[in-house]
Design a protein around this ligand. Sequence first.
Ligand SMILES: C[S@@+](CC[C@H](N)C(=O)[O-])C[C@H]1O[C@@H](n2cnc3c(N)ncnc32)[C@H](O)[C@@H]1O
Length: 392
Amino acid sequence: MGSTQVGIVRDLAKYPPQDPSAKKDLYNAAWELLYSTESAQDTAQRLYHGHVPLAMAQTGIDLNLFNILAEQQDKEWTLEQLAEKTKAEPALLYRILRCLNAYGMVTQTKDNTFTSSNITKNLALPSTHAGIKHYSLTMTPAYNAIPKYLAKTGYKNPTDSAPFNLAYNTDMPVFEWRKHNPENAKAGQAFMAAQRIGQRSNWDGRVPVSDLQLSEKDVADGRVMFCDVGGGMGHQCLDLRKYHPELKGKMVTEDLLLAQDMIPNREEMKKLDIEPIPHDFMKEQPIKNAKVYYLRNVIHNWNDEPSKVILSSVRKAMADDSVVIIDDVLMPTIGATWKQASMDMAMMTMLAAMERTKEHFEKLLAESGLKLREVHTYDEEYGDSLIVAVPA
Ligand SMILES: C[S@@+](CC[C@H](N)C(=O)[O-])C[C@H]1O[C@@H](n2cnc3c(N)ncnc32)[C@H](O)[C@@H]1O
């Protein structure tokens, strides 16, 4: 019986379903299987060595190993060939490759021969490189400080400082600290830019845009249709124009001057009636009566008090028919996935911030003079949602 079950699991591992949703279901079920069969020793060993895969992935990237292997998918490389390519000492390279094989990141075919695995190609992507660099360089020391920080601060939700501050022995908030730590800043920026590469736009038909429709009079009066608060480089405005060219009216993207200095395509934006306006969202909102105020991945960067400052300033600028759309993860009250819960921990660790449930958003909105009207979840896996609010 046991061996039949093992055979089924092994067959599934060898020939997984090709349909993306069936594949995802199997992936999630495999995690459940792993936990339900784990012995005490397995649990201990898994946690003790939790840092090893990330460190080895970073080492493999530094040696360009994954790209070498992924470029010729089925080629079997001898240790000597890989040592020549990477310039690593063969004895060390063998240990690295043995470990990468043990974690599924490459495949060892014979004693001294290696080829790519299903995961190698994922580790050859520039977006994965950016994330691994940011997490191994900056995030890991901050995560390590969590237990000490929480004990020191009496197990209260962090508000004024975060484990990051203890880890790096600084009073500065992370974005300020980055100005003095260019390697971390570069890795952080690259990660932010790479994070959404390949992801579908949320404006591609999965969410209604009826709130963005202006009357002819509004258009004639020059009313702002879409004000992207903390909009970074204005990419959401560009996406919205691309997927909904029928929407009439001006768009504004607001961010700190520092962030807007990096906007690469101002001319294109101008042609599309998108105006970048430098603005600190902790201060009075300069764009009054916009039809929609939009905040993507902004509120989850802040805990409740600063979030209320941001939302209240938007509220004061709103007309009766204006709408606020918060684009953030909506955390489930039960069964948050490890990806969702880890993102919440990342927010706490670096920014003393958090991901929120619907109930939490309702309270936050109410305390900012707003009320939740509806929620559109457009990515079930992560819980990415548009949280639509109107004046209370
Ligand atoms: C996680 S990013 C999200 C950017 C964009 N909304 C997106 O979804 O890609 C947070 C943004 O908030 C901006 N930001 C931070 N503090 C700010 C402030 N006080 N006023 C305006 N923007 C700010 C940052 O520069 C950054 O672009």
